[in-house]
Design a protein around this ligand. Structure first.
Ligand code: URA
Length: 431
């Protein structure tokens, strides 16, 4: 068997055997396969597709390509939530403290910003001193003692995905359903969460544009997870416009804190929907009871206090949870105003890209992120606006003309607006 023959078979549209898939993944992980061969394989999969069985095998082989630790002795069910990537999506910063404060342990492995999408690890580093590089032992001990930990997976977990993802990112092969499913689920299977909620985004700012395609991806990931014996459910949710009202690290952390203090918006609605689903499953209670407990955790301030506890446990300055001046915004402010009257459209993709240009995201892997830049929305997509109305404030560094222009271009006004549902579909645990 050779890597060349495996690429050739997929190029001709053949289904790969488990042995071929395992051989290829081993070659990726041990460096025998070159980047050119990985690129050719990914493009062949993107164009020819994979059967569900091939995808299960690819995911399992990737999950086992690095260090796999046995489930630690943590009492109760451990929950995790994973989003396929969006703009102004800070649900993790709301969900983890809410769940931990009602007794649902959260073992949350997160990522950095990718392309125009934001990353939880970058946002957490808004808290001065916050450590996202916990060792597996520190991570597991914190889940048991505090009830939650949020960190990045170590270099030795799922090395096959790290190489494949880096190649896909520069070869236009990210948007393949079996490759996304195996990438996401291999990382989930290599972690120890028992109950996983997948938030699969569709729309302008997502890797998958149509809700039908996103549902296909969601169903595939749910069956990959179930075939590996995990409890997995998925929500297919809209990413046409930013989920929250802020884009940028410090701005999004400020907003998540506002939601934990009771602010109501789409970010709050989706975060509490996910909390309800995971809480009901983990504690074996009805969804009504789960909703009551999670809403009470916000109303009583318990969830906010839990966020401060998590931040402190990971070396961060927990005073920032109560003092937003410790999460500063860049001082130069540009206003975006409506150029005509009508219905407002806000492009999630456009604002995500604008944030990267402002310095709030990465143009290249390894770039530093400016936590203080960002965009604060004053009006939401679908609202009726009049000429001259204030739509957003851009917090930027001087000379950030390209980013400011990109932010402006993300706002358009027209005579009609057809909203698509925030929650398009939910694929339940038992289905
Ligand atoms: N997130 C991942 O981890 N992998 C993908 O392929 C896409 C989004």
């Amino acid at each position: 068997m050779t890597v060349y023959d495996i690429i050739d078979a997929k190029k001709r549209g053949l289904a790969l055997s488990p042995e071929q898939i395992e051989y290829f993944v081993r070659a990726v992980a041990d460096g025998t396969a070159s980047d050119a061969q990985i690129a050719a394989f990914c493009m062949a999969v993107l164009l020819r597709g994979m059967t569900d069985e091939e995808c299960f095998r690819l995911t399992a082989a990737m999950a086992e390509s690095g260090e796999v630790r046995p489930r630690p002795r943590i009492t109760g069910i451990c929950a995790d939530k994973h989003s396929t990537g969006g703009v102004s999506d800070s649900t993790t910063l709301v969900l983890v403290p809410v769940l931990a404060s009602v007794g649902v342990k959260c073992a949350k492995y997160s990522g950095r910003g990718l392309g125009h999408t934001g990353g939880t690890l970058d946002k957490l580093e808004s808290f001065p001193g916050f450590r996202v590089d916990l060792s597996p032992e520190e991570f597991e001990a914190q889940v048991e003692s505090v009830g939650a930990a949020i960190a990045g997976q170590t270099e030795s977990t799922v090395p096959a995905d790290k190489r494949m993802y880096a190649v896909r990112d520069v070869t236009a092969t990210v948007d393949s359903i079996p490759l996304i499913a195996s990438s996401v689920m291999s990382k989930k299977l290599a972690s120890f969460a028992d109950a996983i909620l997948l938030d699969v985004k569709y729309g302008d700012g997502a890797f998958v544009r149509s809700p039908e395609e996103a549902e296909k991806l969601a169903r595939l990931m749910v069956s990959v997870g179930r075939s590996a014996g995990r409890k997995v459910c998925a929500a297919v949710t809209c990413m046409d416009s930013p989920l929250g009202d802020s884009v940028g690290c410090n701005a999004e952390v400020r907003e998540a804190i506002e939601v934990l203090k009771g602010k109501k918006n789409a970010l709050a609605r989706l975060s509490l929907f996910h909390c309800r689903k995971l809480c009901a499953l983990a504690l074996g209670i009805s969804e009504e009871e789960a909703q009551r407990r999670t809403e009470e955790a916000v109303a009583s301030g318990a969830a906010l206090r839990k966020l401060a506890e998590i931040v402190a446990a990971q070396g961060g300055d927990a005073r920032a949870v109560y003092d937003e001046t410790l999460l500063p915004l860049a001082e130069e402010v540009r206003e975006i105003r409506a150029e005509r009257g009508g219905y407002l459209h806000v492009s999630a993709l456009g604002l995500g890209k604008a944030n990267v240009l402002l310095g709030g995201g990465r143009r290249r892997a390894g770039d530093a992120v400016d936590h203080a830049v960002g965009i604060l929305l004053q009006r939401r997509a679908g609202e009726k606006v009049r000429e001259g109305d204030l739509l957003a404030r851009v917090h930027c560094r001087s000379g950030a003309e390209e980013g400011v222009a990109a932010a402006k271009a993300a706002f358009t006004v027209s005579d009609a607006f057809e909203p698509r549902p925030l929650i398009y579909e939910f694929i339940d645990w038992e289905e």
